[in-house]
Design a protein around this ligand. Structure first.
Ligand code: SAM
Ligand code: DTB
Ligand code: SF4
Length: 330
């Protein structure tokens, strides 16, 4: 069984991503089958509970107040409306409901309001995830007390490339939030974005930072940049799609026990590219026709694709995670 390591170097990760394509995919798929049922994909649904007017300057993000995008800012949603959306998500087959807010860092009052929504969504029997920006230790504890399962906070890219993308908060700030979340006993959803003009070595550097977290993040979203008009990264050179596949495969091998999510950008991918990413070890997606503010493939398309791939969405009874002895490879 592929062992869990936290001592990856950037050279090793870069070598891994650059292995002969078929060797890399073979190894990643085999590692995936050691711990996961390859016929099951975890399904989460996102809701933007507070949209736009964000003071940060993330170059990819349509929600930053610094860029002129066609986005209408919206205040924090009422708890009843959030729970109604969660019910719909559950009816659509999602087992996890992820709530995102365009904040740099929430106030204690805002954390309290989100915590109330988390409690209500939990009561439906769904897993909960929120992403609210930087979080202080006490705020993480408040969310943990409400029963929060996951906190999403991405490292986004390598420490070296980071300054090209965001100047209003540091890599160290992000690591501090991750530590606060972990200390409160909440599971981590932490990954990054590819296709921002970074090099392969940057992608390796991101994976090394993620794999150095001990334990590894329980959930690792790999986002392909969604290019939004008005953001500085609109018009960035497209990434070779096979580099996305390589990144997913390397994430699978470097964090063998984590769930890798093929996250943003699926609406811009062919079905065949998504199939390759799922073969390379991704086993989680966002369902629905919207991510936070941009388009996602939508229920009909995804049902058809998963059916063509002989794959079903996870249920509480069939999560897709195997006991070590239950590997279909024997
Ligand atoms: N404001 C909070 C924060 O950034 O910490 C939470 C919401 S933010 C929208 C969540 C994540 O979405 C970002 O960290 C980034 O990785 C991802 N994201 C945002 N815009 C994206 C885009 N255009 N393409 C791909 N991923 C994107
Ligand atoms: C993550 O890594 N990707 C999701 C979730 N975590 C919050 C967000 C993707 C956002 C894509 C751009 C948008 O829809 O606004
Ligand atoms: Fe704000 Fe988050 Fe968007 Fe950055 S990614 S601009 S912090 S909403």
């Amino acid at each position: 069984m592929v062992t869990l390591r936290h001592d990856w170097t950037v050279d090793q990760a870069e070598e891994l991503i650059g292995r002969p394509f078929h060797d890399l995919l073979f190894e990643a798929h085999a590692a995936h089958r050691e711990r996961f049922d390859p016929h099951v994909v975890e399904a989460a649904i996102l809701l933007s509970v507070k949209t736009g007017a964000c003071p940060e300057d993330c170059a990819y993000c349509p929600q930053s107040a610094k860029w002129n995008t066609d986005l209408k800012p919206e205040r924090l949603m009422a708890p009843d409306d959030i729970v109604a959306a969660a019910r719909q998500a559950q009816a659509a087959g999602a087992t996890r409901f992820c709530m995102g807010a365009a904040w740099r860092s929430p106030t204690d009052r805002q954390v309290g309001e989100v915590a109330a929504a988390v409690e209500a969504v939990k009561a439906l029997g769904m897993e909960t995830c929120v992403t609210l920006g930087m979080l202080a230790a006490g705020q993480a504890q408040r969310l943990a007390d409400a029963g929060l399962d996951f906190y999403n906070h991405n490292l986004d890219t390598s420490p070296e490339f980071y300054g090209e993308i965001i100047t209003t908060r540091t890599y160290g700030d992000r690591l501090e939030t991750l530590a606060n979340v972990r200390d409160a006993g909440v599971k981590l959803c932490c990954g990054g974005i590819v296709g921002m003009g970074e090099s392969r070595r940057d992608r390796a550097g991101l994976l090394v930072q993620l794999a150095r977290l001990d334990p590894h993040p329980e959930s690792v979203p790999i986002n392909l940049l969604v290019q939004v008009p008005g953001t500085p990264l609109f018009g960035a050179e497209d990434l070779d799609p096979l580099e996305l596949v390589r990144t997913v495969a390397a994430a699978r091998l470097m964090m063998p026990g984590s769930v890798v999510r093929l996250s943003a950008g699926r609406a811009q991918m062919t079905d065949e590219l998504q199939a390759l990413c799922l073969h390379a070890g991704a086993s989680s997606v966002f369902l629905g026709d919207k991510l936070l503010t941009t388009a996602n493939p939508g229920e009909d398309h995804d049902r058809d694709l998963l059916c063509r791939l002989d794959t079903q969405t996870a249920t509480p009874e069939r999560t897709g995670r195997l006991e070590p002895s239950a590997s279909p490879l024997g």
